[in-house]
Design a protein around this ligand. Structure first.
Ligand code: 9WN
Length: 417
């Protein structure tokens, strides 16, 4: 008899384990990534709670003195990935990148704790001040415009989605000098960001490196600064979860409550009245991206979604066969297999479903779970999928797809509730 999907998923987590931290997938992504690791922890919590906490602890070992949790931790050199530590040059130990990634750690830590409170009591008490420092960093360095902003498309975790096109148009990528990409040696180039994207990604890194990763300077004068609805929704939800954890630990959480209030007010800055949803906005020019993709669907994470907004979102979802697309299939720039310019990402669906379930939309949450599960069952534990025909894309044996299978997609409705 063959192995069950659950067994395969657990094996993927174990085989991507590099000794306390988990890589997203062998070859393409050989280091520890910030939000991938938090999802890995959630996955581990279904069969090894101790290992789940270790994953988060390793990630926070790389936290900067400023509170920032970097987006990549370069624990061991690996020539298979570009740009590596020699490009970022952060002067930290361990070497890391110089930007962050969506702060899902508090959201997932709370779920991990809920699953096995006894196993997590001491671990969360030790982690709490570090989580608090990272949230304070987000408030201090990324939220001064009201909503949460990103200083590099990689910071959003949704690298080349159309949301960043207006900000990327301001970036001069013509002077970055020669370099060799590694991603296209692992995955078909047609599924990856373009060379023009990479030139600009590197120009933004070069600016950060040039100012010694001074975050005030990067926000003030860096080549790219965009407000991100997805990050704003995630951060509101993460603040709420952190406050709940803090209250349980007997802490005063009024500072966190203040951040939640400020961010919620900040949402008004990214309301695109023409589109009728929250939308990415270039903070240098004020221009909206005018895109409707999975970022807008994360609204459910931060609270209830009015019926007219829900109708607009669901109309986009109805254009696909397999889950929520990273960009609207009805838009002329939709590319169903090019990374974040259209594909469906199981891990993002899992986050959206958390919001849907909490908002009492278990019908939509179950539809999303079933469509995600169907694509993974048919195609394997890939990084992402073509939302129109379910073709598995990107890296195989992917950690976060295995993790969300074990915690969500592979559970039926009764278990998930
Ligand atoms: C840059 C690891 C990461 C994810 C991101 C995803 C992709 C990296 C890349 O892979 O980004 O951070 O090189 O393309 O976009 O969400 O965390 O899985």
């Amino acid at each position: 008899m063959g192995r069950s999907m659950d067994e395969i998923a657990r094996d993927i987590l174990r085989s991507n384990d590099r000794g306390g931290y988990t890589i997203p997938t062998a070859g393409l992504y050989p280091y520890q990534w910030n939000w991938d690791s938090a999802f890995a922890a959630w996955g581990f919590s279904t069969f090894n709670p101790d290992r789940a906490w270790t994953e988060l602890e390793r990630l926070f070992e790389a936290q900067w003195d400023t509170g920032m949790v970097p987006h990549i931790v370069f624990w061991k050199p690996d020539p298979g990935y570009f740009p590596g530590p020699e490009v970022w040059r952060t002067a930290t130990h361990p070497p890391t990148s110089g930007i962050s990634q969506p702060p899902v750690a508090a959201i997932l830590a709370r779920l991990i704790l809920r699953a096995d409170d006894a196993a997590g009591r001491e671990r969360i008490a030790a982690l709490y001040p570090k989580l608090l420092a990272s949230h304070r960093w987000w408030h201090r360095h990324r939220c001064s415009a009201g909503p949460a902003a990103i200083t590099h498309p990689w910071e959003s975790g949704r690298d080349n989605c159309p949301d960043w096109d207006p900000g990327m148009a301001n970036v001069d990528g013509s002077r970055v000098g020669p370099y060799t990409r590694r991603d296209t040696g692992h995955v078909d180039a047609s599924m990856r960001p373009t060379k023009a994207d990479y030139d600009r990604y590197l120009a933004i890194v070069q600016f950060g490196r040039g100012c010694g990763w001074d975050q005030d300077e990067i926000v003030r004068n860096g080549p790219f600064l965009m407000a991100d609805p997805a990050m704003t929704f995630i951060l509101i939800r993460a603040h709420r979860d952190l406050a709940a954890i803090g209250r349980d630990l007997g802490q005063d959480v009024s500072e966190i409550d203040g951040w939640i209030g400020a961010l919620t007010e900040g949402l008004a800055e990214i309301w695109n009245a023409d589109l009728g949803v929250h939308d990415a906005r270039d903070l240098r020019t004020g221009a909206f991206a005018n895109t409707l993709g999975s970022g807008a669907f994360l609204a459910w994470l931060s609270g209830d979604v009015p019926p007219e907004v829900e109708a607009r979102l669901v109309a986009v979802w109805d254009r696909t066969r397999y889950g929520i697309p990273s960009a609207d299939p009805g838009a002329s720039n939709f590319e169903p297999r090019r990374y974040w310019r259209g594909p469906m990402w199981p891990v993002v669906n899992a986050l959206i479903a958390l919001g849907l379930a909490d908002a009492g939309r278990s019908d939509l949450a179950e539809r999303l779970r079933a469509e995600t599960a169907e694509s993974i069952r048919a195609g394997g534990f890939n990084e992402y999928f073509d939302p129109m025909d379910g073709t598995p894309c990107g890296g195989a044996n992917f950690t976060w797809t295995a993790a969300i299978w074990l915690t969500w997609a592979g559970r039926d409705a009764a278990e998930v509730a």
